[in-house]
Ligand binder design. Structure first.
Ligand code: ADP
Length: 219
């Protein structure tokens, strides 16, 4: 059973790494951000969760915990999963711990550490394919054709919460609510991989993580 927690600030490359790692590990990528955006576009309207997301704040723990539990119960997650963007608060980390403990599983936490200035550069030029989720960056990773996804030709979109004001709010929420989760994991006996996500190409970073996970018989 591979219970992988991909941990890092907004813009640390969690989503990109999670997509690459599903290929190496053969378990699904579970992104709470993608799930919440999917939920918003299906239900329409201005829910509390949509309002929180648009202003860069976190969505309520109960809602996210319930959503993740439902997702983990799906048959494709029976051999494991890669969590991207969850847990993001201490109550979420405790909730996940309880869920895993009940099943005799231990999570492996991958911390993607990225320099603050690089995070800002990544987030402010970001574009995403609304259909397949592939991420681009105007400067660091432009699409072959301006504004169009390389994989399916869909017009790329700017995420609503990638405006400058909302980016700084998201980073503040990370410092306030999510960084303590890292400190919590550092004091518990879970396995942690500290990865420098600043320098290497995403493919190199992913290879490093994959190799480390495959040599670990606890995963
Ligand atoms: P990023 O990590 O780049 O901020 P995500 O797509 O992971 O982007 O998340 C986007 C937004 O979705 C967050 O700013 C937050 O409002 C909400 N969100 C995602 N995951 C969680 C979570 N585990 N708990 C609370 N809110 C979440």
């Amino acid at each position: 059973m591979k219970a992988i927690v991909l941990f890092g600030s907004p813009g640390s490359g969690k989503g990109t790494q999670a997509k690459l790692l599903t290929g190496c590990l053969g378990v699904p990528h579970i992104s709470t951000g993608d799930m919440l955006r999917g939920e918003m576009s299906r239900s329409g309207g201005m829910t509390n969760a949509a309002a929180a997301m648009q202003s860069g704040l976190l969505v309520a723990d109960d809602l996210v915990n319930g959503m993740v539990e439902d997702r983990l119960a799906k048959p494709d997650a029976v051999n494991g999963f890669i969590l991207d963007g969850y847990p993001r608060t201490l109550p979420q980390a405790m909730h996940l711990r309880g869920w895993l403990e009940g099943r005799g599983i231990s999570e492996v936490v991958i911390h993607l550490a990225v320099d603050y200035n690089i995070v800002i550069a990544r987030l402010s030029g970001r574009r995403q394919c609304p259909k397949c989720g592939t991420l681009y960056n105007l400067v660091l990773k432009p699409p072959q054709r301006d504004g169009v996804c390389d994989l399916d030709g869909e017009t790329l979109a700017v995420r609503e919460d990638d405006s400058e004001r909302v980016i700084s709010e998201r980073l503040a929420a990370y410092d306030r609510q999510t960084r303590p989760v890292l400190d919590y994991y550092r004091t518990t006996p879970v396995r942690m991989l500290e990865i420098d996500g600043s320098q290497e190409s995403p493919e190199r970073v992913s290879e490093m993580i994959c190799r480390a996970l495959k040599t670990d018989d606890r995963t």
